[in-house]
Design a protein around this ligand. Structure first.
Ligand code: BES
Ligand code: ZN
Length: 633
């Protein structure tokens, strides 16, 4: 593996030298957000007031957004906002004296990924205004990429509909017309009207005691980037977890959620000790139906969470530690553009591991570190070299597709490398002051690099040079001195997989009950590729993998089932694909079926039946993978 990586690095250095030239030729600007149309050098939004009706019959949000805008360039007359599939009505400008005038607007050319720019011209009467309100009346489309409208049968209770948003990376524009770039921070308020029996929650000041009325008011007084705007409406109820923490879920899932996430308050308390004050007031969780496309989403004050974490044994709560840690890395200090995503996700993965060490123990976290590292090594075999840098050139493609393990795992490993090099206490002091210095700001990788250089690299005892750090940030692969995570329990699991496959130990000697789910995952991944199917049958009968309650074990097992064409488990594989909607749990299983040389049609047939329950983003991703196979492109 090492040799392979060094060769990769050589080739990559050559390619990078070429792309370095290309960068100068067409003036790629790493600080520019290529995923937004907004002219943020001329105008910036400071506050947004939403006034929306949630209509489950038409699957629309209807109402207005009023943007408090500041003009930075007195010569600029056109404001460009991001939209996608929005039906725009009246647009008005209001001035400080209360006067309000209609403004003319037009749409620019649509882009498949970025949506449609809405260009509003400042009327003559506002020609001199440096601050003004911009009120846009609009209706969302039922196809809004940010919103999923669930019929009752796709909820746990089966009686009420539900709706939730997922704005990251560039979907906020499909439910609010705005400057949809993380480089602009806004405060917001919202008036939300829903059917009276349902509750609305937002990434704002949710009051656990709010009576159900169908009329809800929200405020988010801390400035946030647009991708953290979030809303959900449904038959949801609240249960407290701790003084400042709690969980919202459908009543059917509330008890299980309270049990699973009981450590949340403790996580928050420990996080404050490690990273600095929690700046957001309450920290609550919202457990969504299975179609929620991610493990979690760090919407401020209210992380959105997949129900697939409800394993019954608290074994998957590192996702909660992750979303909570985003309250510092991401929500407090935000990546300037999606190209700097490692500042959000890599930093958060590192903080997550630190938090898990305090709450649980180092051995458990080392297991997670090894699994993440394994996924990273696999990714490095397939991700194009140019995209293996932590801060790559990113001006084409879809911001959503750029979320592989590079930002997460290579980012985490980079910070682990810094911790190892400088010692934990020096690195912790650095992190603490990093969050303090850049609180409520958005920063680029280059700003981080300069700060690191001043704060750590120039310290007398430093063994790390700026060039070392630049290799992590701008080169593919891993540097030769990158840390290699290790775990004794995972080593044992791997050794047993080999020994059992060779017939040297009996199945009854595999201590599954004593193992963590992570060890079981590693055991499954370590089975030799040429293991005959009757041995897989023996394993499944003895250890019950096909019936596991743990979503990560299920994921790992069914990927192997599909890869190896272990057809006796196909019925349960299909059940897995119908039980979960989280992309991580199902996408690789479909892919393994599609790529095993015999089951593409089966994958398509299962997908055709299951897809109605999937989120549009997950659906699109799987559809793309299965169709790509069919056209051979
Ligand atoms: N912010 C991400 C989810 C995300 C990333 C949404 C990119 C849209 C675009 C969230 O914090 C996350 O990383 N979720 C992970 C959890 C994990 C790595 C512990 C997930 O969903 O798997
Ligand atoms: Zn994350």
């Amino acid at each position: 593996m090492r040799e392979k990586l060094s060769l990769t690095i050589l080739v990559a250095m050559f390619l990078c030298a070429c792309s370095e030239k290309a960068r100068h030729a067409d003036a790629y600007d790493p600080a520019h957000d290529y995923f937004s149309f907004a002219n943020t050098e001329q105008f910036v939004t400071q506050h947004i007031a939403l006034d929306l009706v949630v209509d489950f019959d038409t699957r629309e949000l209807r109402g207005s957004a009023t943007l408090a805008m500041q003009r930075l360039d007195s010569a600029a007359m056109d404001i460009v906002l991001d939209t996608r599939d929005l039906d725009i009505g009246d647009v008005r400008i209001s001035l400080a004296d209360g006067e309000s005038v209609a403004a003319e607007y037009r749409f620019g050319e649509s882009d498949k990924i970025k949506g449609t720019p809405l260009i509003v011209s400042l009327p003559e009467t506002a020609a001199a205004a440096m601050e003004f309100g911009l009120r846009v009346e609009y209706t969302t489309s039922p196809e809004s990429t940010a919103l999923q409208w669930l019929p009752p049968k796709l909820t746990a209770g089966g009686k009420h509909p539900m709706m939730f948003s997922q704005s990251q990376a560039i979907h906020a524009r499909s439910w609010v017309p705005l400057q949809d770039t993380p480089s602009v921070r806004i405060t917001y308020e919202a008036k939300i009207r829903t059917p009276p029996e349902l509750l609305a929650v937002m990434s704002a000041n949710n009051d656990p005691l709010t009576p159900r009325s169908g009329d809800y008011d929200f405020e988010m007084p801390q400035p946030i980037p647009s991708y953290l705007l979030a809303i959900a409406v449904g038959n949801i109820y609240f249960a407290p977890l701790g003084e400042q923490t709690g969980v919202y879920a459908e009543p059917e899932l509330l008890d299980a959620s309270v049990f699973e996430f009981a450590d949340t308050q403790e996580m928050l308390d420990q996080a404050e000790i490690l990273f600095g004050p929690y700046e957001w007031g309450r920290y609550d969780l919202l457990v969504l139906p299975p179609s929620f496309p991610y493990g979690g989403m760090e919407n401020p004050r209210l992380s959105f969470i997949t129900p697939s974490l409800l394993a019954g044994d608290r074994s998957l709560v590192s996702v909660i530690a992750h979303e909570l840690a985003h309250s510092w890395s991401g929500n407090l200090v935000t990546n300037a553009t999606w190209r700097d995503g490692w500042l959000n996700e890599g930093m958060t993965s590192y903080l997550e591991s630190r938090l898990m060490e305090v709450i649980y123990d180092k051995a458990r976290v080392d297991e997670e570190r090894v699994l993440t590292y394994q996924e990273l090594l696999l990714d490095l075999e397939t991700v194009p070299l140019a995209m293996q840098a932590l801060a790559p050139r990113l001006d084409v493609g879809d911001a959503d597709d750029f979320q592989g393990t590079i930002h997460y795992s290579k980012g985490q490993l980079f910070l682990q490398y810094l911790e190892n090099s400088f010692g934990r206490s020096a690195f912790d002091r650095f992190l603490f002051s990093y969050f303090d210095t850049f609180a409520f700001q958005t920063i680029t990788t280059e700003r981080f690099l300069d700060y690191l250089d001043e704060g750590l690299l120039q310290a007398e005892s430093s063994t790390v040079s700026r060039a070392d750090v630049e290799e992590w940030l701008y080169q593919p692969g891993l540097p030769d001195d990158a840390p290699v995570p290790a775990s004794a329990t995972l080593d044992e699991a791997k050794a047993l997989a080999t020994a059992w496959a060779a017939g040297n130990v009996d199945i009854t000697e595999i201590p599954l009950a004593r193992w963590s789910p992570q060890a079981t995952v590693h055991f499954i991944n370590s089975l030799p590729a040429d293991l005959p199917n009757d041995r897989l049958a023996e394993l499944d009968a003895g250890l019950g993998f096909s019936d596991t309650r743990n979503a990560e074990i299920g994921r790992t097992w069914f990927i192997q089932v599909a890869k190896r064409r272990f057809t006796p488990a196909y019925e349960k594989l299909e059940r897995h694909l119908n039980r979960f909607g989280r992309s991580r749990l199902i996408y690789p299983v479909y892919l393994a079926l599609a790529e095993n040389g015999a089951d593409l049609e089966l994958a398509r047939a299962i997908f055709a039946k299951a897809r109605a329950a999937y989120h549009p983003l997950t659906d699109a991703r799987i559809a793309r993978a299965l169709e790509t196979e069919s056209t051979g492109s």
